[in-house]
Write a protein of this length. Structure first.
Length: 294
């Protein structure tokens, strides 16, 4: 917390610094501060505290380096989530979590940008930067999410019109900003649908409000990010500098020098991509990746 000797140093909100260090989203850090899990210079922190680089911060009894939080390069992973995994870090029932397959971080932790249901597959993003995660998830960013859905039941034009214009759900009005029929014929029909929010089970609830069932649901796009064809179910890749910068700009954040990879990081990413492509022909039989919709 600031004192007279820190007047020349820029200060920031404590929860913002903790989030940028990859310890969680700003909201999670606000709860951690309120729960008494954070100390600044040996004193219990409180909401509203601001810190500088000269302050000592402890989170759950472990030292947090403000300097490393400032310089840490924001990283983003794209994970092709299979059905049957949960988005929590731990599960009392012992089910597999999405975090188990991700690479380990030297400091901080991966933060999920939104969530997918247990029975929903597809594109899931993770970052080590709480600011970026917060911006990408906030409704004001107006980032669209596109899903491929298999519907069981009769679908007519009146139903599609209602879904585009808006349906009243338990938590308010919701709608698809775009619906396009996908591939396939027969009783099961496929649709590409776009929503601008990330409400809980929103896509399923919209269709179920019309008396039909969703038998398959896969997220295929988040903003301008698609699942590359060589990333199989259960695999991840790291976005490169250009992709992270574009994603940050989509969220309303300016790209900075912190978005630059080192040579060793680029080489590791290149080798990882090469391994994934080498296994392209061994793709397991699963809900197939439809690629980019025309």
């Amino acid at each position: 917390m600031r004192n007279e000797s820190d007047q020349a140093q820029p200060d920031e909100k404590l929860q913002k610094v903790l989030a940028r260090a990859g310890l969680g989203s700003r909201r999670e850090m606000e709860r951690a501060i309120s729960d008494g899990r954070v100390q600044v210079n040996g004193e219990l922190a409180k909401l509203g505290d601001r810190v500088t680089e000269s302050d000592r911060i402890d989170f759950d009894g472990r030292r947090v380096s403000i300097d490393s939080a400032v310089r840490e390069r924001p990283r983003v992973l794209l994970y092709n989530k299979p059905e049957g995994e949960i988005c929590s870090r731990k599960d009392p029932e012992g089910r597999r979590t999405v975090y188990e397959r991700l690479p380990k971080l030297k400091s901080g932790r991966w933060i999920s940008i939104g969530r997918l249901d247990f029975n929903t597959s597809g594109l899931l993003l993770f970052t080590n930067d709480g600011d970026l995660a917060n911006k990408l998830m906030h409704p004001s960013s107006n980032i669209d999410r596109e899903y491929l859905i298999r519907i069981q039941g009769d679908v007519d034009e009146d139903m599609l019109k209602r879904l585009r214009e808006g349906v009243m759900l338990d938590d308010g009005m919701a709608r698809f900003t775009d619906i396009v029929e996908g591939p396939g014929e027969g009783k099961n029909r496929w649709f590409y649908c776009v929503v601008m929010e990330g409400r809980n089970r929103e896509v399923r609830r919209l269709w179920e409000s019309q008396g039909v069932n969703v038998s398959r649901l896969k997220r295929v796009r988040y903003g301008n990010i698609f699942i590359p064809s060589h990333v199989r179910v259960g695999q991840w890749i790291e976005l490169n500098d250009k992709e992270v910068a574009e994603l940050a700009m989509t969220a309303g954040l300016e790209a900075t020098e912190r978005l630059m990879q080192t040579k060793s990081e680029k080489e590791y990413q290149r080798r990882h991509q090469k391994r994934l492509r080498a296994g392209k022909g061994q793709r397991p039989h699963h809900f197939s990746n439809p690629g980019k919709r025309k």
